[in-house]
Ligand binder design. Sequence first.
Ligand SMILES: NC(=O)c1ccc[n+]([C@@H]2O[C@H](COP(=O)([O-])OP(=O)(O)OC[C@H]3O[C@@H](n4cnc5c(N)ncnc54)[C@H](OP(=O)(O)O)[C@@H]3O)[C@@H](O)[C@H]2O)c1
Length: 323
Amino acid sequence: MRYRPLGGTPLQVSVLALGCGNFGGIGSVPELFGRGDDRDTAFALMDAAREHGITLFDTANAYGGGTSEEWVGQWLASRRARADVVLTTKVRNRVGPHPADEGLSARHIREQIDASLRRLGTDRVDLYLAHAPDPRVPIDETLSAFDEQVRAGKVRYAGLSNYAGAELVAAAGAAASNGMTLANLQSGYSLLDRAAAGNFPLCAEHGIGFTAHSPLAGGWLSGKYRAGQPFPEGSRMTLRPEPYQQWRNADTYAAIGALDRMARDRGLALAALALAWVLTDPGVTGAVIGPRRPEQVAQAVAALDVTLTDDQRSALVARTSSR
Ligand SMILES: NC(=O)c1ccc[n+]([C@@H]2O[C@H](COP(=O)([O-])OP(=O)(O)OC[C@H]3O[C@@H](n4cnc5c(N)ncnc54)[C@H](OP(=O)(O)O)[C@@H]3O)[C@@H](O)[C@H]2O)c1
């Protein structure tokens, strides 16, 4: 495993982070609570991650309706592993039926950090992220509430997720003028979804580390989805297809086929090449992976050994650009 400081902070994190978004559900979607990985699988994935030196774990208050945080907390206690893990969780997505059960208001953040700490069985989260912008709440209110949690010792570093463009500029500017550190931006980034790269210069300027979630585009860059064939049973596209509809077209299938051939020419699985493309980006601190089985953790770790020159990286992008 390789380790790097997270943005401008002294916090060392593994370049691969274990995504816990499939534990007890598929992300924050209530209809899928109880689906995704069961507790035994979640524990096996966390064990495998630890064996491979992955120290950065990524969950959220809303994943699996709180089940993901609970299982991470139970695993940390049973393995006495809290000191070895850099724990990330998030706040913003809906956690209950009432209008106030979501968002980035100071009140909601105060309630939710305590709920997360309880489920995680710890007294401090290492990285606390705003899961997505909340246009109803001024950014100053959200950042002040995060700062309050840092000062209270409940949060080590604050950060953002899924912020881009003007919202990211506003958040970074407000943090700088309040003397507050934003340690991390976590957004989707993969060969099929490269828009987040537009934020890398701002992240570099402000010392914000960038972690890429969904580096395999939710599984599309594993090559498991083939034109004219049904989606494999139990795959993401059979459970939660909504975020990926833009890729259900002939151009994307052709691009994935071309990338797959390039991977095979190098003796690699497409998933390894696609992950390596993310990890070799100079704007990227690390990638939040979403393995479903322990051997997929090992496959992700193997991608760390894949070197790509700038020209090779550009050639991979060119294969996707006709889409
Ligand atoms: N901040 C946010 O808003 C946000 C959003 C999304 C994700 N995340 C975080 O990022 C993590 C990863 O996201 P993601 O699940 O979308 O990541 P991903 O790596 O793009 O996709 C994961 C999917 O790819 C397939 N897969 C994974 N490893 C594989 C391998 N070695 N070979 C073949 N297929 C493989 C599995 O598909 P099947 O399930 O179909 O088998 C798995 O569910 C989440 O757990 C969460 O912690 C954060």
